[in-house]
Design a protein around this ligand. Sequence first.
Ligand SMILES: [Fe+2]
Length: 259
Amino acid sequence: MVRIVQITDSHMAAEPELVETRRRDLARAVEAANRLSPDLVIHTGDASNTGQPEEYAIVRAEMDRLTAPYVITPGNRDSRPRMREAFGDLGWLPEGDGLLIYSVQSGPVRVISYDSKGPQTNKGWADEERLALLEREITAAEGGPVMIFMHHPPYELTEIPDPFQYADWAHAEALNALVAKHANVELVACGHAHRYIPGRVGNAPAHTLMCNASDLRKGPAKELGDAPVVMVYDFDAEGRLKDARLETFSEDAVAPAAE
Ligand SMILES: [Fe+2]
């Protein structure tokens, strides 16, 4: 069995009014993830609030408390160069100054980061260049099981005011068409919506997850207060998705940040 745990949208801030709660929220999510004994932790973006090095330094310090390896995909708030500076030594980010589309292997599952951060927009992006890079990563699995994680959900989020979170909806449709061509895509994990909204991408189940930053939760996710919540994905020995579920922890069930 392979277990992958998702954290998203920590929006880490360094300014005095925000740093305490944002850091505490990420520390709690890390502790919650550790209790689930995952094989890999994925962060689906907006790790930082404004893409500053000080924010990534905090994210790095807290994520390094994970007992499992972790990977991060960029959100609209993130900075590719600053992410490379903060996490480049961990070996999963592609070298150079291009897109952060890459893969890691977790047991039988090829876990692919799709970089959906658009140019000069807060919305998602899926042009031909990115789709070609994504397809290269999918086909490299040679039919073996694939999980894709990305910041912007390329499906209609019917319960929010603006359900279409790609700058050009044709991009989202093209991304769906690409995923639909590959039956080995088991799952697509997304962030950005700051609440839980299940959907489908291609023929694969997809989810958005409540944001880790408790003060930014939206809609029904607000009812969680500042309790940590993560998504758990369990795969069987062949890498087929067996279960995807939310895990919520009470605020005092997990230890606060050590400092
Ligand atoms: Fe976002």
